[in-house]
Structures are given as structure tokens and as C-alpha cells.
Design a protein around this ligand. Sequence first.
Ligand code: PRP
Length: 183
Amino acid sequence: MLIRSAKEDVKYVMFSREQIAARVRELGSALTAKFNGEPPLMICVLRGAAFFFTDLCREMDTLMDMDFIAASSYYKGTKSTGSVRLVKDSSIDMENRHVVLVEDIIDSGLTLEYLVKLFATRNPKSITTVAMLDKDVQKPNRFDVDFYGFKIPDEFVIGYGLDYADYYRNLPYIAVLKEECYQ
Ligand code: PRP
């Protein structure tokens, strides 16, 4: 594991701050249109979605309430191992509510699949899934996210909430990490 500085560890910037802001604005408008008149319960899946969530909510022109949950998928190196754990649950009653689950990235799809199954048992009116990034992963029957910001190739990305060993979440852009950092 090699962590130096963003200047040294970033291979290239995939999406700039401006590109992200423009896309989040579009997603906010689409969600505003979807829930107009019925305040959704916005749920942030910590920790990665923190920046996307707060930006997205501010781009939505509707009443809403918010909660924060934490899920953790186990990784071996840079690959998901396939097990998901709910580290912090929601304390808000979801019955008959439009629930919006907000993620930074959908990779194997297991986290969102797990969360949707779990929250469906709480009788919400609907569950909508949103991810800033949708990774191009070749996996049969992978969970299909309802709204996404950008489709990306299968690369290790950091920034705008996404981490490498918990570093680089605070980068204001989304970038590809140099292979030498994790090889
Ligand atoms: C990452 C990311 C998603 C999940 C996506 O979370 O934030 O929640 O993995 O992967 P999947 O589609 O393969 O399930 P992580 O467990 O790294 O926690 P973090 O958000 O705290 O970084």
C-alpha cells in the first residue's frame, strides 16, 4: 500500500468539480420531478456518499427529511468479497414513505441489493436507488440502480467521498488511483 499525496497518487482526473456539480444538478431536478408533492425520506449510505448526498439534497426543490446509515462491504485488496454488513441503521419509520437510498458508487451491486431487500421489509411506499457512479462490472444479474451520475469503466476511483484506505475522500474531483499504490 502506497499513499503519498494526491499530486503523486492520482493517475488522472475522471470528472472535475464542475462536471460533478452539473450532473448533480440534473439528478436533483429529476428527483424533484419524481417526488413533487410527497416529501421523500433521503437516506445517505455512509461514508462514501456523504458529499454526493449533501450536494444532491441541496439540488432538490422539495420537502424532505434525511437519515444516515452505514453499510460496509468487505474488501480484499481492491475487490469486494461479497458480504455486506449494516453498521448503522435508520431510526426513522419508513412505512408508507418514498425512500431514496443514496450511494457514491455501485460496484458489485451487493450493498444496494442488500439494503433494498432489508428496507422493503419495512413497508415503504417506494424505494429509489441513486448512485453517483455506476461501475461497468461484468456480473450476471447485477443490481440495477434507478438513477446514476456517470457510468465508469472498472477502475479504482477516489475522491468526492470515495476512498483508498480511508484517504482521498476529500478530493473535490473524482480520479483514478495509480496502480502502483495498491499493487
Ligand atoms: C463502498 C461504496 C458502496 C459499496 C459499493 O462502500 O461506498 O457502499 O462499497 O460496492 P458494491 O456495489 O460492490 O457493494 P465501503 O464498504 O467501501 O464503505 P465506505 O462507503 O465507508 O467507503
